[in-house]
Design a binder for this molecule. Structure first.
Ligand code: SF4
Length: 224
């Protein structure tokens, strides 16, 4: 998966690096050469763009540009999300605290214009030989709802937290990508199975019913 958030100037501006776009294109060219050399279909090229107020006018041109330059396998559009419960935060130990209940508080400013762009992508997507995917996963009608109000959609039960743990550098453990500390690997004799049997994990799991706000906006969760 390779992120491109616009044509050259816009992408470089958003990344704060005047060479970001050219380096990415050079990398993709090398991948293509290697695939040809080894007669391989992999690695698959998934171009990922985040739909922003700042870049939406360049998304259709970017699709055309990529299609003309490289063999794209998938094009993914991700929508804005901000959720304090997700990774990147300092791990907390109380799942009932406010941070886990803010939900997805991202907002688009130019809702009408962003909607128009996304409708245009939907209208022309069949012209491209690669699939176009929206993340978070949702029906197209819900994509439009999401642009209007990201917090109006919830994750429709995702089992990932029951079998994914994040192990941090200091041994702390968190379920999936949620910033909740459910212990330290040393406390469980380095056995992941014991984590799932622990009281802290069970109490977290009991609260993770369908539609919990901690998951709102997660690109892996199917939203509705
Ligand atoms: S929706 Fe995302 S954060 Fe929530 S359990 Fe699934 S993968 Fe994890």
């Amino acid at each position: 998966m390779v992120s491109l958030d616009g044509l050259e100037d816009t992408h470089n501006k958003l990344r704060g690096n005047s060479k970001a776009f050219s380096r990415t294109m050079e990398f993709l060219k090398r991948i293509e050469e290697a695939k040809k050399k080894y007669n391989s279909k992999t690695p698959l090229i998934n171009i990922k763009s985040t739909v922003l107020d700042e870049n939406h006018t360049e998304l259709v041109p970017l699709m055309n540009f990529c299609h003309s330059k490289i063999n794209v396998d998938v094009f993914t559009f991700t929508f804005l999300f901000q959720n304090r419960a997700r990774g990147g935060m300092e791990l907390l130990e109380d799942f009932s605290s406010e941070e886990f209940n803010t939900g997805n508080y991202a907002e688009y400013i130019n809702i009408e214009d962003v909607t128009k762009t996304v409708c245009e992508i939907e209208r022309i997507k069949s012209k491209f030989p690669f699939p176009i995917v929206y993340k978070p996963r949702m029906k197209f009608a819900d994509v439009l709802r999401y642009i209007k109000n990201p917090s109006s959609l919830n994750v429709d039960s995702c089992p990932q937290y029951k079998n994914n743990l994040t192990l941090y550098f200091n041994g702390d453990l968190a379920p999936c990508d949620i910033g909740l500390k459910v212990g330290n690997i040393r406390d469980y004799d380095y056995r992941f199975q014991k984590v799932y049997q622990s009281e802290s994990f069970k109490s977290f799991s009991n609260e993770m019913h369908s539609g919990h706000k901690a998951c709102q906006g997660c690109c892996a969760g199917c939203h509705k």
